[in-house]
Ligand binder design. Structure first.
Ligand code: BTN
Length: 246
């Protein structure tokens, strides 16, 4: 383990930076501590999936936060700014960056980054948050059965530094966090919607194995996906209740 500064821990190999961050939480580490790994042998994706990342190729980190200022019902705002900061960083390099609801980061129709947030709640407030982020930077071949991965290098042909990308990310994230702390929910909502994949566009989705056509018309305050179906019916979906047909 190499301690680069008081807030960042760099690991050569670990099961998952989120798991390591969880252990640090038990020791009440400082807010803003970042766990960065060169390789994860059991990287965690959403829904119990494995997050594939070849050693030394990509950005893999977990950021520890104590977001007491947010009510439990407002936690999706944290997810929104975590995604928006990624969009800001990636837009400096490539076009067509968007957020596929709730928090996958896409370039065109391919996934370039994933987010796994593990929050805890105390009373009516968020107590801790582990913000786990994986960004595909330099990997050129993906072996797992993840549906549509892509890396920055596959698009631009350039090599990227995980460290510099992390620094750029943190600058953007903390500026958005200030907005959130100041209660500027409207600006965050606007930015989230304007970067949302397929927002307002008729497209195919799937619920309970059945495909249907709909368009996204909004996001509820708890992060629910609000959609209009072709029939005119308005529906709301929680995470995992609906899939995008890509
Ligand atoms: C997803 O399935 O889209 C979420 C992927 C999250 C991956 C990152 S990599 C760093 C952190 N540690 C983990 O084990 N997972 C997250």
């Amino acid at each position: 383990m190499i301690l680069t500064n008081k807030n960042s821990i760099v690991l050569k190999e670990i099961d998952s930076t989120n798991n390591y961050a969880k252990q640090l939480l038990a020791r009440k580490v400082e807010e803003g501590t970042v766990v960065l790994a060169h390789y994860q042998n059991r990287g965690k994706g959403q829904q119990g999936n494995f997050w594939e990342s070849e050693a030394d190729k990509n950005l893999l980190f977990s950021l520890i936060l104590y977001p007491y200022f947010l009510e439990a019902g407002e936690q999706f705002y944290l997810s929104k700014i975590v995604s928006l900061a990624l969009v800001n960083v990636l837009k400096n390099e490539v076009d067509e960056v968007s957020i596929k609801w709730p928090n996958d980061i896409f370039v065109g129709k391919k996934k370039i980054a994933g987010i796994l947030m593990e929050n805890s709640i105390k009373g009516n407030s968020l107590e801790t948050s582990i913000v786990g982020v994986g960004v595909n930077l330099n990997q050129e071949k993906f072996l797992s059965d993840a549906p549509n991965p892509v890396s920055l290098k596959q698009i631009t042909g350039k090599e990227y530094s995980p460290r510099n990308t992390l620094n750029d990310y943190l600058v953007s994230f903390y500026s958005l966090l200030e907005k959130l702390k100041a209660g500027d929910f409207a600006a965050i909502n606007k930015a989230y919607l304007s970067n949302l994949f397929r927002y307002g566009k008729w497209a195919k989705f799937r619920k309970e194995g059945v495909e249907f056509e709909a368009r996204i018309i909004g996001i509820g305050s708890f992060g629910q996906l609000q959609m209009e179906e072709r029939s005119g019916e308005i529906s709301e979906f929680m995470f995992k209740e609906v899939e995008f047909v890509i």
